[in-house]
Design a protein around this ligand. Sequence first.
Ligand SMILES: Nc1ncnc2c1ncn2[C@@H]1O[C@H](COP(=O)(O)OP(=O)(O)OP(=O)(O)O)[C@@H](O)[C@H]1O
Length: 235
Amino acid sequence: MSTTSVAISDLTFNWRGQTAPVINIAALHIQQGEQLILQGPSGSGKSTLLSLLAGVHTPTQGQIEINGVNLTTLSNRQRDRFRADNIGYIFQQFNLLPYLDCLHNVQLACDFSARRRQQLQQKQTTPEQESKRLLQRLGLPEELFSRKASQLSVGQQQRVAAARALIGAPPLIIADEPTSALDSDSRHDFLSLLFEECQAAGSTLIFVTHDTDLTQRFQRQLRLQDINAVSGVVL
Ligand SMILES: Nc1ncnc2c1ncn2[C@@H]1O[C@H](COP(=O)(O)OP(=O)(O)OP(=O)(O)O)[C@@H](O)[C@H]1O
């Protein structure tokens, strides 16, 4: 039986000081384990929607449920805890800690989440072992594992950010243009690995990219402009 991963109803979001909403979505349902690509013109609100799903911003109106939990009923602290446990987020700007090495940047996700640590215990592995496995899988050369994040190329940082999102198998992975710095072959390889890891963990994947070469590889394709009832790109 499939369960609902994401349920949005009557969602609107205005940036502070703006009268027109940038997001106005009547309904959106995503099933657990679905792999969805979200596309749309620059400025149409893709990153804004992802930040609402991750509880980084709160809706102006409406509801967002992730795995049956209504984010809008949580306090800021509860939302932070919920995100750490349940959502792996690969940001456009990777948010790695520049002074930590790659391995510790990945393991950090477990420091903030008992749920992720438990998942690893069940798999009879440790945060360190799993960080190494994921970095290897995602194609980061082993000699870079102990290098500081600030001394990596952008493409290498994207791989570390992906490993950090995936560690401990959170039920939802949100990826905002995670392959922008990779060449075409690497992009396809990276996506295959992301699919495999999400599938193995049963995680839902929501992936934003402008790269139309990747569109057909996803089970479900969504154009934001088809579900977002706003008057146009808010400039
Ligand atoms: N912090 C902010 N404060 C005010 N307005 C913002 C803020 N961040 C984004 N916006 C505006 O919200 C709209 C949607 O931006 P968003 O970044 O979500 O678009 P996007 O579809 O992800 O674009 P891109 O494909 O270029 O990354 C834009 O008009 C943008 O200017």
